[in-house]
Design a protein around this ligand. Structure first.
Ligand SMILES: CC(C)(COP(=O)(O)OP(=O)(O)OC[C@H]1O[C@@H](n2cnc3c(N)ncnc32)[C@H](O)[C@@H]1OP(=O)(O)O)[C@@H](O)C(=O)NCCC(=O)NCCS
Length: 169
């Protein structure tokens, strides 16, 4: 685990950088009680001032990159992996996984109980509504709702700043 200055992990939160994974915090992040971060052989990288609220589950399998000022409401689940299931005669658990990775850019708000599936990028300033299941990329400043998540409207684009390429590596 790599720690940034001012980052606070509450006593009943759990960090599991197991199976050679890494968890890295930027500055002034907060992880509330009963949130669980499991690297699962991959990585979870958080930028500065990311808040992870109670009962969130964040995995790192294929890599989870979170930018700055990201708000993650309670009970959000982020899973950068899928089981493979093409062979109907073999148990799913024996067919391996695909691991693409998930990227969440700066200033995103994930509403409570949102679920973020593997392979997606959530663009800068976007909002994911409570209970939404994100299966595809979310454009910057979009507000998405529902299962699967769809854009209902866009926030004012003036909030958008150009993202330096190195910001999320
Ligand atoms: C996404 C959100 C911010 C949208 O707020 P808004 O812009 O004020 O949206 P509105 O209330 O005007 O709703 C717009 C439409 O989206 C629908 N909608 C809003 N939130 C929805 C949700 N979570 N799931 C499904 N549909 C939703 C509304 O029913 C409405 O549909 P309609 O046009 O057919 O009537 C808000 O609804 C939300 O989900 N907030 C998350 C709250 C939360 O998790 N708080 C935790 C604190 S960290």
């Amino acid at each position: 685990v790599r720690w940034g200055t001012g980052t606070m992990v509450y006593p009943y939160a759990r960090l599991e950088p197991r199976r050679t994974g890494t968890i890295a915090f930027g500055e002034r992040c907060t992880v509330h009680d009963h949130a669980v971060l499991i690297a699962q052989g991959g990585f979870i990288h958080l930028g500065d001032r990311v808040s992870v609220n109670p009962f969130c589950v964040l995995y790192g399998h294929g890599g989870l990159t979170i930018g700055n000022n990201v708000l993650i409401a309670s009970h959000v689940v982020i899973i950068p992996a899928n089981h493979q299931f093409a062979d109907a005669t073999t148990p799913i658990r024996e067919q391996g996984e695909t691991r693409l990775g998930i990227r969440i850019e700066d200033n995103v708000w994930l509403g409570t109980r949102a679920t973020i599936l593997d392979g997606v990028t959530i663009g800068q300033g976007a909002i994911v509504a409570a209970g939404a299941v994100v299966t595809k990329d979310v454009p910057p400043m979009a507000i998405v709702v529902g299962v699967p998540a769809k854009v209902i409207r866009y926030r004012d684009q003036s909030g958008l700043t150009e993202l330096p390429a190195e910001a999320l590596t």
